[in-house]
Design a protein around this ligand. Structure first.
Ligand SMILES: C[S@@+](CC[C@H](N)C(=O)[O-])C[C@H]1O[C@@H](n2cnc3c(N)ncnc32)[C@H](O)[C@@H]1O
Length: 262
């Protein structure tokens, strides 16, 4: 899905989400990944998705276009990205729109409607710095899952996340900078910024600011087991399930996925 409406391209608020989308997100690939992981864990194809910390909910919008029985709920507490996402829904049919709900609320609020897949992506759950808060979120998620349902969290790891450094990516009309500002090796708290530099436009320094605790794969797996998830698995981008197989090269940054199965 192309998540931009021409009428909105002039505003810098909108540009920030548009450029973020182009630099970071790949909703079709993520929807494929989630469906394949669910199938791998439960032997069926999923239908319903709850996208927590959804931002502009590009993944949910993609999800409802994939099959006529697919439904999605997108949840975020911030009005601005939700507004941008809603303005970009012009490509969806009325039937697809009817199967997509968007909710502005805290993910810790009480609803326990059930879903096949809960996605907490782009490291968003790392805003929970206290174990008790993350535990509460994962307990609620367990209640929100159908039998054999899965919760999926991506994990950013590798020694490189401890380095203060910037990584730059160039696109046809803008540059994207991932800025690792600080990392505390004791608390594993980290600050990251995204800067965006549109060609010929005003530089958007700190377009996105993240203040996270970088949870590790084994911390997440321990927590899932403690809470009562039946199993958990680790998946690697492009490599499928790697529970005990070869993982990332030590030292370099990597992205993995921890999956809890109800
Ligand atoms: C890193 S962005 C992720 C956006 C999107 N998931 C993506 O993949 O690009 C984090 C989002 O989480 C939202 N958020 C943070 N704390 C939240 C909470 N407690 N409940 C709901 N949304 C929250 C923020 O408003 C923000 O839109």
């Amino acid at each position: 899905m192309r998540i931009v409406s021409r009428a909105m391209e002039s505003s810098s608020v909108v540009n920030k989400y548009e450029l973020y989308h182009r630099a970071v997100q790949d909703p079709p690939a993520m929807a494929d990944f989630l469906a394949n992981v669910y199938r791998d864990c439960s032997r069926r194809w999923p239908q319903s998705l709850r996208e927590d910390f959804c931002g502009t909910f590009a993944l949910s919008a993609e999800w409802v276009t994939r099959a006529r029985r697919n439904t999605a709920l997108a949840v975020d507490k911030a009005a601005e990205p939700l507004r941008y996402g809603k303005a970009a829904l012009g490509n969806l049919s009325s039937n697809e729109l009817a199967r997509l709900k968007v909710l502005r609320t805290d993910v810790l609020s009480a609803s326990t409607t059930k879903w096949d897949v809960i996605a907490a992506l782009n490291f968003s759950y790392c805003i929970f710095k206290k174990r008790a808060r993350l535990r509460r979120y994962l307990e609620l998620s367990l209640k929100r899952l159908n039998k054999n349902g899965i919760v999926v969290m991506d994990v950013l790891g590798g020694m490189e996340i401890a380095n203060e450094m910037q990584t730059q990516a160039s696109f046809s009309d803008f540059q994207y900078v991932w800025d690792q500002v600080s990392f505390n090796p004791i608390s594993r708290e980290a600050i990251f910024h995204i800067h965006l530099k549109p060609e010929g436009g005003k530089v958007m320094r700190k377009a996105f600011v993240y203040d996270w605790r970088m949870w590790t794969v084994c911390e997440l797996q321990d927590l899932l087991a403690e809470i009562g998830y039946r199993r958990s698995h680790v998946y690697w981008e492009g490599a499928g399930r790697i529970d005990k197989g070869a993982g990332p090269v030590a030292g370099e940054s990597w992205v993995g996925y921890v999956v809890g199965v109800k």
